[in-house]
Ligand binder design. Structure first.
Ligand code: TYD
Length: 212
């Protein structure tokens, strides 16, 4: 599918970004059901995906497989490409008229892989992907975020406070850079109560989708 044909559809591509434990997954589910409840067809998805490429990444994140940080950057890019262009992928869904909301996208690679394998490779690999219409950046201090993560699951290779501190700084830098390049990115205070964040995001999305 040619990307040129889908430029206007990308308006309905909405992305959530933030550190592990910033609450993007919870809010993604809530936004999907609020949009559906308002009669807006919405499809919730995430990266890494559950496709074969994403499953391989999950094994690396769990520490079951070892891989060079550069290889991980390539795998995230391959997973993203398939997620966009594959059957029932993001572009197809957008073309069908759905709003696609995605937990993590390009900014995750620029922040995480930017810190683990150097900025150059992820920046090159991700230059090929189209910008989302709207992104939400969930801002939280790494210590609070890691406390949340440690309470609920077994930790993955990036889920160490020292690393998350570096990712947080890189995220802030990348958000500023992308905003300057014309990306629309709303910042969310991720320490606010869950219900309040839900309302904020839902009303921002409704206003955004209603724009001409
Ligand atoms: P996520 O699914 O948000 O975390 P979990 O399911 O464990 O709560 O993301 C998994 C990890 O993958 C997270 O630490 C961020 C990392 N990641 C990258 O490093 N680069 C990327 O491009 C993406 C999409 C995720």
């Amino acid at each position: 599918m040619a990307l040129e044909d889908t430029r206007s559809n990308l308006k309905k591509f909405i992305v959530f970004e933030g550190l592990d434990g910033s609450g993007t997954t919870t809010q993604l589910k809530r936004l999907a059901s609020r949009l559906q409840g308002a009669g807006i067809p919405a499809f919730a998805t995430a990266e890494p995906t559950s496709r074969p490429e994403g499953q391989l990444i999950r094994r690396i994140l769990k520490g079951e497989l070892q891989a060079d940080p550069g290889t991980v950057a390539f795998l995230f890019a391959a997973d993203r490409h398939e997620h966009l262009h594959g059957t029932q992928g993001i572009l197809q869904r957008l073309q069908q008229g759905e709003v696609v909301i995605c937990d993590r996208y390009v900014l995750s690679s620029l922040a995480y892989q930017g810190c683990t394998c150097g900025a150059s490779l992820p920046s090159h690999l991700n230059a090929f992907f189209p910008p989302p219409g709207l992104s939400f950046f969930f801002r939280i201090d790494p210590e609070s975020a890691m406390r949340r993560v440690a309470q609920r699951k077994e930790l993955e290779i990036y889920e160490i406070t020292e690393m998350q501190c570096r990712f947080a700084k890189e995220y802030e830098r990348q958000v500023e850079e992308k905003r300057a390049a014309g990306w629309r990115i709303e910042t969310i205070d991720a320490k606010k109560p869950i219900a309040e964040i839900e309302e904020t995001i839902f009303s921002l999305c409704l206003a955004y989708l209603a724009e001409a």
